[in-house]
Ligand binder design. Structure first.
Ligand code: S3P
Length: 169
């Protein structure tokens, strides 16, 4: 059985949903950002500050590659992790991809108070414009997912139930 990669933008609930889904499936769960932080012994914020985004993207690719060796599992990717041609190919070849497509107004409302550990938007006054612009650039990747789950503001349990009832049938 192929592993499942949860993809989508910051604030779409990838970690919470991925964790719950793994519990329901009784599969291991990997949070890519957490693994990178453990591996580097510093936060994503610090990695961006000290080593830059390009370095972080290399770490993402390394960790995604590493986790392809174990399956099945559920992996929650960071928002930008699948968004380059090479990283998309890597993800798509090795995982069933599930895009949590959440309404933009819901994403912005969630991020309003939850930006401090997200270096791309933490310190920007124009974070909403920046975020929406990034989202529109990345949609071309997200929308290639094997499954797209169209979401409003359901709670994580409801989202996981929908995945189990409709997607993994
Ligand atoms: C990023 C999203 C973050 C994290 C990093 C970069 C992005 O993960 O990987 O701050 O490029 O969208 P979440 O999507 O879990 O917030």
């Amino acid at each position: 059985m192929k592993s499942i990669a949860i993809i989508g933008p910051m604030g779409s609930g990838k970690s919470t949903v991925g964790h719950l889904l793994s519990q329901r499936l009784n599969w291991p769960w990997v949070d890519l950002d957490e693994w990178i932080e453990m591996h580097e012994k510093r936060s994503v914020q610090k990695i961006f500050q000290e080593s830059g985004e390009e370095y972080f993207r290399k770490l993402e690719e390394e960790q995604i590659t590493l986790w392809t060796e174990q399956s099945p599992l559920v992996i929650s990717l960071g928002g930008g992790a699948p968004c380059s041609p090479d990283r998309w190919n890597l993800v798509q070849e090795n995982y069933f991809t599930l895009y949590l497509q959440v309404r933009e107004s819901v994403l912005l409302a969630r991020l309003e108070n939850d930006r401090s550990d997200r270096p791309l938007i933490a310190d920007r006054d124009d974070w909403k414009e920046f975020y929406l612009d990034l989202l529109s650039q990345r949609k071309s990747y997200y929308e290639k997912a094997d499954w797209i789950l169209d979401l409003d503001n359901e709670n994580p349990e409801e989202v996981v139930q929908r995945i189990l009832d409709h997607v993994l049938q």
